[in-house]
Write a protein that binds this ligand. Structure first.
Ligand SMILES: Cc1ncc(COP(=O)(O)O)c(C=O)c1O
Length: 421
């Protein structure tokens, strides 16, 4: 329930707003934020929190970056939005060519949408239709335990069926195939076995490269992606990398696929694409996927077109965000963050209720015993001026890549204290 001294908009809206991932009866009330800057959230009651999760992994340059602000301001005066059906505008065309130039190989064909889940839906649709257009039949998707790809119906069907949050829907979802990531010789054999038995039913293999994020912040090494590339080629399947979390330097390199040296057939991007200012997503296909649609038959077209596809303000923000990646030393900043996270979170390993500590790029994870109530931990962290959003038994940091070392220090010190080091 809202506290009596909260602002009027909060009091009035609280009875009407439906919050994400929340049991509305018992959920703690959210914290009213009145201003943001860099890695700081300013609350209505005067408190200031350090944002340890970059606004759900989006605000890679910190919040309110002036270059993105100025670009959006300029765009809004000239052309806030035009529909992409039949009309074109500069920001989306420039962004498409810049993304194609940044991505490895011939990942050259960019389809814009407005959220990560929809970008994954489009990737699945592309993979399935690319087969249908060639008279193929396989339509199922092979995805992995621990994976998370969104909350829409098709994406729910490729999330982890048990650990994921969509198990209630299992009986009504598309029947796809789930496997363990090929991280051990036994899992490689098991995956091969699944592919031997099911490859004719399949269209694609879908994976979050290097880190399974919302499924538990579980990391794997490059070899897993090489194995998936080999198996996809051997069994004639489309390989989709969902880089909605890992893209834009989160794991170190600009894209996880780049650091692994593996080119998927389709990649999905969102989250940090606009530097955290506006919703935008992209599904980018290699030329052989695009060519499966490119012919004289109108039935072979990709029949998809979100109303706000390629929104000019969002594309302007994304172009400005790419300017910052060009101009500012994000790769070095990630290296410094990684070194800091490794050193400062490592002592947590000795705490009684800590099961594991792991770090890659600008992602730091402290996994607790499942008996620990992370809501209590979140509460204690807020008292220490730290904003994080632990889930299940996972406390994690995914700060802005521009976070100062003092702020980062405050985040890691607070975590080590609350886990009892
Ligand atoms: C890897 C991955 N894919 C897809 C999504 C869904 O994105 P959105 O919440 O924008 O629909 C997420 C969101 O956390 C994600 O981490």
């Amino acid at each position: 329930m809202p506290r009596p001294n909260h602002p009027q908009w909060f009091e009035q809206g609280a009875a009407h707003i439906w919050l994400p991932y929340a049991q509305m009866k018992t959920a703690a009330p959210p914290l009213p934020v009145v201003k943001t800057a860099g890695s700081r959230l300013y609350l209505d009651d005067g408190r200031e929190l350090i944002d340890g999760v970059a606004n759900w992994w989006t605000a890679c340059h910190g919040m309110n970056h002036p270059h993105i602000q100025r670009t959006i301001h300029a765009q809004i005066d000239v052309l806030p939005h035009v529909m992409m059906g039949g009309l074109a505008h500069e920001q989306s065309y420039r962004l498409a060519s810049r993304l194609a130039a940044l991505l490895p190989g011939d990942l050259n064909h960019v389809f814009f949408s407005d959220s990560g889940s929809v970008a994954v839906e489009v990737a699945l649709k592309m993979a399935i239709q690319a087969r249908l257009n060639h008279g193929g039949k396989g339509h199922k998707i092979l995805s992995f335990r621990g994976g998370y790809h969104g909350d829409t119906f098709a994406t729910m069907s490729v999330c982890d069926p048990e650990e994921g949050m969509h198990h209630l829907f299992q009986s009504v979802l598309l029947q796809n195939i789930i496997a363990d990531l090929p991280t051990t010789p036994e899992h490689i054999t098991a995956l091969r076995d699944i592919l031997d038995r099911h490859h004719t039913e399949l269209a694609a293999i879908l994976v979050e490269p290097l880190v399974q994020g919302a499924g538990g912040m579980v990391m794997h090494d490059h070899s897993v992606l090489h194995i998936l590339r080999e198996l996809a080629d051997e069994y004639g399947l489309t390989l989709i990398f969902d880089e909605i979390f890992t893209g834009f330097h989160r794991t170190g390199a600009l894209f996880a696929c780049e650091s692994a040296g593996v080119v998927p057939d389709i990649i999905t991007l969102s989250k940090a694409l606009t530097g955290g200012f506006l919703p935008l997503a992209a599904t980018i296909a290699r030329t052989h996927i695009f060519n499966a649609f490119y012919d004289d038959n109108p039935q072979h077209a990709l029949m998809h077109g979100p109303t706000f596809m390629g929104n000019a303000l969002a594309c302007a923000a994304a172009n400005a965000s790419l300017d910052l990646f060009e101009r500012e030393p994000r790769a070095e900043q990630v290296r410094a963050i990684e070194a800091h996270l490794r050193e400062s979170l490592e002592p947590c390993r000795s705490a009684t209720h800590v099961r594991d500590v792991r770090v890659i790029g600008a992602i730091g994870v402290v996994e607790l015993e499942s008996s620990v109530d992370v809501r209590v931990i979140q509460h204690e962290l807020i008292a220490r001026q730290v904003w994080v959003r632990p889930f299940r038994n996972i406390i994690y940091l995914t700060p802005a890549l521009t976070i100062t070392s003092d702020d980062l220090n405050q985040l890691t010190t607070a975590i080590t204290h609350v886990v009892g080091v």
